[in-house]
Write a protein that binds this ligand. Structure first.
Ligand code: GCO
Ligand code: MN
Ligand code: MN
Length: 411
């Protein structure tokens, strides 16, 4: 029977309830899950494709996040401020309204970020040749740091999306990287000054890499490139600067996300994490967490839990163009949060699974043979042990599909 839009929404609600498995807002709030203004307000536009949803105001986003149980809100400066409000009394007024909305709904602002890519002024990048462009970009970063302090945020993110270039040999890459550091240095200095004045701690400054969009070549395409840059000696406060890797961005260039995160953890620089999903070597589709690579996501969370990552999990995904305005808050956000929590809990099961624990321990103990420089003897002594790798992979699959609890799929 054909359904009118009202009946369609009723159907969506009924089937959502029939899915079961939803956590309560209280359970959801126990996790450091943060919701971006821009993700909720994304109108469905894409290159070649028109918007499919109406604009959504921050008041609505904050109210809906509170209802769902997302305890933290994040934003770009220009998600909420028109350009002509930046840095003046109008900005103060809007930031005041945001502060009041957050308070009213019991949310906190965890992170702020500067849009240094959309405006035409950034056509040549925020760290381009012209001093006035770079000074403007610095001012925007400093202004955002001020907004962050005003709203009580602990993190600032930098995604230098348009720090890209289309022709080889036109920009001086070394110089550009130095100019880029000058911008972040200015933001750290502003942070130190404001923090001292307000008696607040300084923020964590988090670099986010994306390998190959929107322009042709990117100077800092991966989290590893960002790490090299952080430790390059160009930063005046490298201790304040770390990473905000995004799951999909690390996958896009063909890397293994767990290994990218491991390198960030090793350096003590995993400050913030953008969570989503998608495909290797494709456009940045920003699909919601767990819908493409649930097994990989489970493994990522095992790693993060093993090394006690306690920073934010930022829901940086794009609700699909086929989801309605109502669907964004009825389906996209609650189901993304719930899949994350389920995977988080399953990661706990992986960590305490007796089969995985025993196998892992045995692998680390080895055969215990005293064979010195005899490669063949070492191999022969250990060769049955290595079969455990494949068994452990099977066990992870079983945990993912619930088979470790005795469920089988034959009738
Ligand atoms: C992307 C980027 C952005 C950044 C945001 C924060 O996928 O396009 O990840 O969403 O996270 O701009 O600075
Ligand atoms: Mn991101
Ligand atoms: Mn992305």
């Amino acid at each position: 029977m054909p359904l009118n839009p009202e009946q369609q929404r009723a159907l969506v609600s009924r089937l959502t309830a029939a899915c079961g498995g939803a956590y309560t807002p209280e359970q959801r709030r126990k996790h450091f899950i943060t919701g971006p203004q821009w993700a909720a307000a994304y109108d469905g536009n894409a290159i070649f494709h028109a918007p499919t949803r109406k604009p959504v105001h921050f008041e609505t986003v904050i109210e809906k996040f509170a209802e769902i149980g997302i305890g933290y809100w994040t934003t770009h400066d220009t998600d909420v401020l028109p350009y002509d409000a930046l840095g003046n009394a109008k900005q103060d007024e809007i930031i005041g309204q945001i502060g009041a909305a957050l308070k009213k709904h019991g949310l906190k602002c965890s992170m702020v970020t500067t849009e240094t890519f959309h405006n035409a002024v950034f056509a040549g990048g925020p760290a381009g040749e012209q001093p006035e462009v770079r000074n403007y970009a610095k001012w925007r970063l400093e202004n955002t740091v001020g907004i962050g302090h005003e709203l009580g945020a602990s993190y600032v993110v930098y995604w230098p999306g348009s720090l890209g270039y289309q022709f080889q040999g036109i920009v001086d890459e070394v110089q550009s990287l130095k100019w880029f550091a000058e911008g972040i240095n200015a933001a750290c200095e502003a942070d130190i000054a404001i923090a001292a004045k307000k008696g607040q701690p300084t923020m964590k400054h988090c670099m986010e890499a994306k390998p190959f969009e929107p322009q042709a070549e990117i100077l800092l395409p991966t989290s590893d490139a960002m790490l090299a840059w952080i430790f390059s000696g160009q930063l005046t406060h490298p201790e304040m600067v770390g990473l905000n890797p995004e799951y999909l961005h690390e996958l896009m260039w063909g890397g293994a996300v767990r290994s990218s995160l491991a390198r960030a953890l090793l350096c003590g620089k995993l400050f913030h994490f953008d969570i989503n999903d998608g495909y290797r070597l494709k456009h940045d589709v920003d699909i919601a967490v767990g819908l493409v690579n649930p097994l990989d996501w489970l493994n990522v969370l095992v790693l993060l839990r093993t090394y006690d990552y306690n920073g934010p999990f930022n829901l940086d995904f794009k609700p699909p163009r086929t989801t309605s305005n109502d669907g964004v808050f009825d389906i996209s956000f609650p189901t993304a949060v719930d899949r994350f929590i389920t995977l988080w809990e399953m990661a706990g099961e992986v960590m305490t699974d007796p089969i995985l624990s025993e196998a892992s321990k045995a692998l680390k103990e080895g055969a215990g043979v005293a064979a010195g420089a005899d490669a063949n003897a070492i191999f022969e002594a250990n060769k049955e042990l290595w079969s455990l790798h494949e068994l452990m992979a099977h066990r992870l699959f079983q945990i993912l599909v619930g088979q470790h609890k005795g469920r089988i799929f034959s009738s």
